[in-house]
Design a protein around this ligand. Structure first.
Ligand code: PMP
Length: 367
């Protein structure tokens, strides 16, 4: 079987080594005579896997002692609600930086819970850039400041994070967690759906500073950080298979040499594609402004709708999967998360060059 060259935005490519290991252990995990899905979530075997996932993430991201890692359900989308429900206290205001559709959605949910404000936005420029940290109207009294570290749909990424002083910085890192080194101590909460860089869908990682976890009986148990924290994220039945796969992906990330090494490869992968865009004489046009370009989602358009349709048709025929832009903005998008090999990015870059040459030769002939 030939592996697809998978550029899906999420769920996305998983490391082949992880899938092979899961295959090997499929019928018998930890010598239990059972598959991981058949283990009790209260069993010693599962608890070991669960704690291993949490511990490995702590190591990889160098998460300080005063933080907890929670493994929750409901996707990053549920965090849009859980964050304000748990940490937007009465009389306080939650500040949001809008850098794309996901930050808009996060704001929409927070508005249902309490007072909010938009303190910077690139919406007027169709989210082509990340606002400068100095352009954020910081409010020292805010309950938190929310950002989206990588904008999956528009293909922009924060390079420098705002220094928020006593205000907790909350970041949706769904599409770039573990793709580069991050100083976790700068954040109050980091959250991410697993289905891009961490594993399959069905699990959401929440890294939260312990002082932000406070008891509040009014919050339904399943939406309550404190309840999940007290129960080591085993308050109810967790998605055991997803947690197992998460633990394998984290082991794989360690084997790659950790986050710094992964970041180096990610930069090389992104460069392979951006170089083609930059050297195409405007044939390919990147959506994101240069300094805000994402290393995870490369978004671009072609000169005409017809050329774009042709490109998307031919790229698919050539065996590349998932190059269509998000349905809300169209265009093209190559999602190149950690598990997408450099060779696939180089092959895509070569295809883009070849397509441009052939397209332009045809154009010259017909005009
Ligand atoms: N935030 C970002 C940045 C995303 O890319 C996505 C999903 N593509 C979400 C949030 C929503 O995640 P989920 O589907 O896990 O709720």
């Amino acid at each position: 079987m030939k592996r697809a060259r998978n550029f899906n935005a999420g769920p996305a490519a998983l490391p082949l080594e992880v899938l092979q290991r899961a295959q090997n252990e499929w019928l018998n995990i930890e010598d239990s005579g059972m598959s991981v899905m058949e283990l009790s979530h209260r069993s010693a075997e599962f608890e070991k896997i669960h704690n291993h996932a949490i511990q490995t993430l702590k190591e990889l991201m160098e998460i300080p002692e005063n933080y907890e890692v929670l493994l929750l359900q409901g996707g990053a989308s549920l965090q849009f609600s859980m964050i304000p429900m748990n940490i937007l206290k009465d009389g306080k205001r939650a500040d949001y930086v809008l850098t794309g559709s996901w930050s808009e959605k996060a704001l929409k949910e927070a508005k249902k819970v309490g007072e909010t404000a938009v303190v910077a936005s690139s919406k007027d420029d169709t989210y082509t850039y990340i606002p400068k940290v100095t352009d954020i109207e910081m409010n020292e009294d805010a309950a938190y400041l929310h950002i989206t570290s990588n904008n999956t749909i528009y293909g922009t990424q924060w390079n420098e994070f705002p220094a928020t002083g006593n205000v907790p910085l909350v970041a949706d890192m769904s599409s770039d967690i573990l793709s580069r080194k991050i100083d976790v101590s700068k954040f109050g909460i980091i959250y991410a759906g697993a289905q891009k860089n961490l594993g399959p869908s069905g699990i959401t990682v929440v890294i939260i500073r312990k002082d932000l976890i406070t008891d509040n009986d009014k919050i339904p148990s399943m939406l309550n950080y404190s309840i999940h924290s007290k129960n080591n994220s085993l308050y109810n039945t967790p998605p055991t298979l997803a947690i197992y796969l998460l633990s394998l992906v984290l082991d794989w990330a360690k084997e790659q040499g950790g986050v710094e090494k992964i970041a180096e490869i990610n930069a090389e992968k992104a460069k392979a594609i951006y170089d083609i865009i930059d050297n195409s004489n405007g044939f390919y046009k990147g959506h994101a402004l240069y300094e805000s370009r994402s290393h995870m989602n490369v978004t671009f358009t072609l000169p005409t709708e017809e050329a774009e349709k042709q490109f998307l048709k031919e790229v698919k025929e050539a065996g590349f999967v998932g190059l269509n832009g998000h349905r809300s903005i169209g265009g093209c998008r190559a999602s190149i998360y950690n598990a997408v090999p450099l060779s696939h990015c180089q092959e895509l870059a070569a295809f883009m060059k070849k397509f441009q040459d052939a397209y332009m030769a045809k154009e010259t002939q017909t005009h």
